[in-house]
Design a protein around this ligand. Sequence first.
Ligand SMILES: [Zn+2]
Length: 196
Amino acid sequence: MTHGHFDHVGGAVKLRPLLPNAKFVMTQTGWNEAAESAKESEATPRPWSMIPQNVVTKDGDAISLGDNTFRVLETPGHTLGTVSYTFDVKDGSNTYRAITIGGLGLNAIKDSNQVNSYIASVDRISALVKLTNKPVTVHLTTHPFSNGLTEARDRLATRKPGEINPLVDPDGLLKQLASLRASAEQRLEAEREAGR
Ligand SMILES: [Zn+2]
């Protein structure tokens, strides 16, 4: 799990009985923000409940599952507990490094410190895309509308032999990160002007 908002962890309570052997993983700050957010929702028309804290992860952890490894990258910004994961994906005989970025919106920003963390996280992810050894080239986003993931999946279905997998798109990812960074710079200005 990536952070404590209901649209990312609100389903855990339903998944847990269906997947009795599953472990649910998030940063400590993520678990805290989920518990707090669920509690706050009790007084709203759309209450949701959070599962009890399970596995706590932190930056640099490597979670092995079968022959794959999920590397944990704390990327505070969208929320302070936001975490991203990199892992390998396969297309036929080709292996690519993918990322799921934990959160991209500037909708939960509280002050300029948080925006600075956001910008640092975007820069850290951009550096992974620019690596010469095993660069991240696939973005399996938590919000498909944010980078045309659904459309890319549709193009995949009609791909001709020899064509690159449309989900492998480092340039698109860098473009997305640059645009997020530009929005964050603007937001930083606004937060500073507001004295936050
Ligand atoms: Zn969120």
